[in-house]
Design a protein around this ligand. Structure first.
Ligand SMILES: [Fe+2]
Length: 164
């Protein structure tokens, strides 16, 4: 890797691998979620993620590079952690709260990845590509906010209802 362009390509491949891995694991996570709104939020994000994967594929086509060939080790680690969590939890509410935490970790990772990718694209003068990546970045922020709100709603409920 010698140029910013090389770095940008690497970043795209990394993000592509991250999205591919997420598409594989999210259906399993949806199954484990108990709260209806949480289930819906994860399902929505799964659909978004499929579109995000396509976006990177299209960008790579434009740049005449292959999106595949790299494994995002960070996402692999985050997913392994989430899978361990799924196996260990026995309480429905703990499951939901924990799932939110696990997915938010993923979201924050993607937000930083797409944030860098948008900056690189701008610096390289790829205006349209930067716009497309920004679209995904916004979706990642929105997904994170939705989860944050679900977590807060639960805390509020707990404050009103006492224990549980
Ligand atoms: Fe994503």
């Amino acid at each position: 890797m010698k140029t910013l362009n090389d770095l940008f390509e690497h970043q795209l491949k990394d993000l592509y691998s991250a999205e591919v891995q997420l598409i594989e694991v999210l259906p399993d996570i949806v199954e484990h979620a108990n709260d209806k709104r949480l289930k819906q939020a994860i399902e929505n994000h799964l659909e978004e993620t499929k579109e995000q994967k396509n976006r990177i594929k299209n960008i790579c086509n434009k740049l005449d590079i292959s999106p595949s060939g790299e494994t995002c080790q960070a996402m692999k680690g985050l997913i392994n952690e989430a899978k361990h969590f799924l196996e260990e939890v026995e309480d429905d509410e703990v499951m939901d709260v924990g799932l939110i935490a696990e997915i938010q970790r993923v979201q924050h990772y993607e937000i930083s990845g797409y944030g860098s990718a948008v900056r690189f694209a701008k610096e390289l003068g790829y205006r349209q590509i930067a716009k497309t990546l920004q679209e995904t970045l916004n979706e990642e922020y929105d997904a994170d906010n939705t989860l944050e709100k679900l977590a807060e709603t639960r805390l509020n409920k707990k404050a009103i209802g006492g224990n549980s």
